[in-house]
Design a protein around this ligand. Structure first.
Ligand SMILES: NC(=O)c1ccc[n+]([C@@H]2O[C@H](COP(=O)([O-])OP(=O)(O)OC[C@H]3O[C@@H](n4cnc5c(N)ncnc54)[C@H](O)[C@@H]3O)[C@@H](O)[C@H]2O)c1
Length: 354
């Protein structure tokens, strides 16, 4: 499947590298960016054809477009892609609101095109090993989970970090997709959310050399916490924060009737994945299932294969729309002081061992 890429920024090279592991399935042929110079440079560096966004969308050679623009542009670009008759795979978040996420799915369906969305980290060896552990009953029935992403934000390293503090950014919309997608992959879809949130600092100061000292206004909540109840019965405690300097919290753990599963950072593709079972009373590392060389882009590869075979793809628009609904619900709950019922209920993606 021939692929075009819109958005030639920080994350774009990871897709070139990741897709290159699967040359029989996908081939990135062209790229575009609102910044024409950036597209030209990226094309030259990776032997692609640089095009304008409009020309790339008209390019009959391209079947699927990877949308790597900033979150605020995701909806407009993804809609343009499916309206141009191409499948779209978007970086996360799929949209900034549940209604916009639904709009993309509806317009894609009307155009008989598919929607895929990051993250695809849950398809890596770590995520798949954790999924296998739960599916085979290693920890019994999941009772509860904890998911903690706490740091002091991305202005310390990112060359263009402003978007992390605007609508579509913040710790929940930036990092929540990794944690919540992984939880849904392991525990199935969620039924309700409650939460509390706050914006601690009015502004952030960029530290990357190119923009050192630049003041970044903050317009979103930067500490968000809450609980998620899953249809399967488990309850997850979630904290997503850009306000914490240091901590001693676990990353992601699932607590079952027979033991505990400690999952690797869901923003990575690997391990370790550790299990503690009441039967043995000790921790052990699980042997990782599947390919260890999988990188960003495996969701695109799975999507291309699934389009060819007619099967559902795993990093799907439905899953991503569910995650957008969950992420939005924490803040709605914080404002309304009530649980927020979740409307969407995607099927859990099929397990995958590539
Ligand atoms: N940087 C990371 O480590 C990382 C990791 C995982 C996911 N992501 C996600 O990837 C996406 C991009 O992040 P990034 O860090 O590469 O950002 P970036 O700012 O470095 O790059 C975004 C690029 O998109 C272009 N762009 C913006 N609006 C556009 C539009 N309407 N049409 C065409 N081009 C447009 C910009 O000119 C820029 O070149 C975000 O959704 C982010 O959440 C980033």
């Amino acid at each position: 499947m021939n692929i075009g890429l819109i958005g030639c920024g920080n994350i774009a090279p990871a897709y070139i590298t990741g897709c290159a592991h699967f040359p029989a399935d996908v081939r990135i042929v062209a790229c575009a960016d609102v910044d024409a110079e950036r597209a030209l440079q990226f094309a030259a560096a990776h032997q692609l054809r640089a095009q304008t966004v409009a020309d790339l969308l008209l390019n009959p050679e391209i079947d699927l477009v990877i949308n790597l623009t900033v979150p605020a542009a995701h909806v407009a670009v993804s809609l343009q892609v499916v309206q141009a008759g191409k499948h779209v795979y978007s970086e996360k978040p799929l949209a900034l609101t549940p209604s916009d996420a639904r709009l993309i799915l509806n317009v894609a369906a009307a155009n008989d095109r598919r929607v895929g969305c990051a993250p695809d980290t849950f398809l890596g060896a770590g995520g798949q090993t954790a999924r296998h552990a739960i599916d085979t009953g290693l920890i019994g029935d999941p009772v509860a989970a904890s998911a903690f992403m706490v740091c002091h934000g991305h202005e310390s390293w990112h060359p263009n970090p402003g978007f992390y503090y605007q609508l579509g950014g913040g710790p929940m919309f930036d990092m929540g997709p990794y944690y919540l997608t992984t939880l849904v992959n392991l525990l199935g879809p969620a039924r309700r959310v409650t939460g509390a949130s706050k914006r601690t600092f009015e502004q952030r100061i960029a530290a990357h050399e190119a923009i050192k000292g630049q003041v970044l206004p903050v317009s979103v909540a930067t500490h968000i916490t809450g609980t998620v109840d899953f249809h399967g019965g488990a309850i997850a405690t979630v904290v997503m924060s850009f306000d914490v300097w240091r901590h001693n919290l676990p990353v992601l753990e699932i607590y079952g009737t027979l033991g505990t599963l400690a999952v690797a950072d869901p923003n990575t593709f690997g391990g370790p994945v550790r299990v503690w079972q009441a039967a043995t009373g000790e921790w052990r590392d699980l042997k990782l299932e599947g390919r260890a060389d999988i990188q960003r882009g495996v969701g695109v590869v799975d999507m291309a294969r699934s389009i060819a075979s007619g099967e559902p793809h795993r990093a799907s628009g439905e899953l991503a729309a569910h995650v957008v609904e969950l992420m939005a619900a924490f803040e709605i709950a914080s404002g309304s002081q009530q649980h927020v019922p979740i409307q969407s209920r995607p099927a859990a993606p099929a397990a995958l061992i590539l």
